[in-house]
Design a protein. Structure first.
Length: 323
């Protein structure tokens, strides 16, 4: 896997169509600040891959100007090489946090640093080292997977030669065969499109890969393919990954550490095993992530926060959890 750390030239922003919210993936060439990523997980040297320090983001909703703390005084730290999971029900604040890290939203309070770069003061430096895959990725839908990947690669200043080979290699690892590479993207299933989105993000070798619900809504086969691929990336130790999910088994399988975000608040954090051990020791519950989630949020992961009583009158003004 070519998660390189070579400096590349500065890109311009692409604006491919297709995102329901008019957002596009923040792109930029990979430039590693400081020491090379890779080797042992949780390296102590250099700044952390991600530092979130007492961050709050509010939205004002509806005619009654109801204030929602989508992210509420959240602090966390992700080490280089770690796979860090953010678990939460719909409406919990996962995507908002990811968007704050990706510089797509401004922070109301607190600060975020990516490899030591402040997202507010040094937006371009942050964009160069991250890539985000959202539930609803933006693509040129009339172009093929291969053309979309070449476009992205060029924006990052990657030489065209070699892109095809690398793109095919990554897509093959994701279980997307060569024969589909030339078809317009709009003709591919959502699972396949999601694989192309992940391939595109990996192709540009981000130092910090943000995966916002990478498997939500995928068919079972694609879901397994994507999970296996993330697991491979994890074993290779050379990317730092922050992924959000509301799939407990996925979080358990893929993440070195987990945080649970509930109504914007980070209610607990730890390795899956630590959290399971705690629910058993402190609450006498079975050591599963289901018990963990119930214990710290008081709800099941299937409960949709946005559907709770009292929220109905603003429902039409609310954005969906994806994007
Ligand atoms: N652009 C926005 N404008 C207004 N409210 C928003 C916006 N984005 C998110 N929210 C609200 O913030 C809260 C957290 O949403 P989100 O971060 O999408 O949660 P999740 O990704 O965990 O489902 C929800 O109450 C949601 O309605
Ligand atoms: Mg979301």
């Amino acid at each position: 896997m070519a998660i390189s750390t070579e400096p590349r030239t500065t890109p311009t922003d692409p604006a491919p169509s297709g995102s329901s919210q008019g957002e596009h993936e923040p792109v930029g060439p990979t430039r590693q600040a400081g020491p090379v990523v890779g080797g042992a997980r949780s390296r102590a040297d250099g700044p952390p891959a991600l530092l979130v320090d007492r961050v709050t983001k509010r939205f004002v909703l509806g005619r009654r100007k109801k204030v929602v703390n989508a992210v509420d005084d959240v602090s966390l730290r992700v080490a280089r090489g770690e796979v860090y999971g953010i678990l939460g029900a719909n409406g919990g604040g996962k995507s908002t946090l990811i968007r704050l890290v990706s510089t797509l939203l401004t922070i109301d309070e607190g600060r975020i640093e990516v490899f030591g770069h402040d997202v507010a003061r040094d937006e371009m430096a942050v964009k160069r080292v991250i890539n985000r895959v959202s539930v609803d990725a933006a693509f040129f839908k009339k172009l093929s997977p291969y053309e979309n990947l070449v476009y992205a690669a060029r924006l990052y200043g990657m030489p065209a030669s070699g892109v095809r080979v690398e793109a095919e290699r990554i897509l093959a690892r994701l279980g997307l065969g060569r024969s589909r590479l030339g078809e317009p993207l709009e003709q591919l299933s959502r699972g396949m499109q999601q694989k192309v989105a992940i391939a595109r993000a990996i192709l540009t070798s981000p130092s910090l890969l943000l995966l916002d619900e990478p498997t939500t809504g995928l068919d079972p086969r694609s879901k397994l393919d994507v999970q296996a691929f993330i697991e491979e990336l994890r074993e290779e130790h050379d990317a730092t990954i922050v992924l959000t999910t509301h799939d407990l088994a996925e979080a358990d399988r893929l993440c070195d550490r987990l945080a649970i975000l509930d109504r914007g608040r980070l209610v607990v954090e730890g390795t899956p095993d630590e959290l399971k051990a705690r629910v058993r020791a402190e609450h006498g519950l079975s050591p599963t992530l289901d018990s963990v989630f119930m214990t710290w949020t008081g709800r099941s992961l299937d409960d949709d926060i946005e559907d709770e009583p009292g929220d109905e009158d603003d429902a039409s003004l609310r954005t969906k959890g994806g994007g």
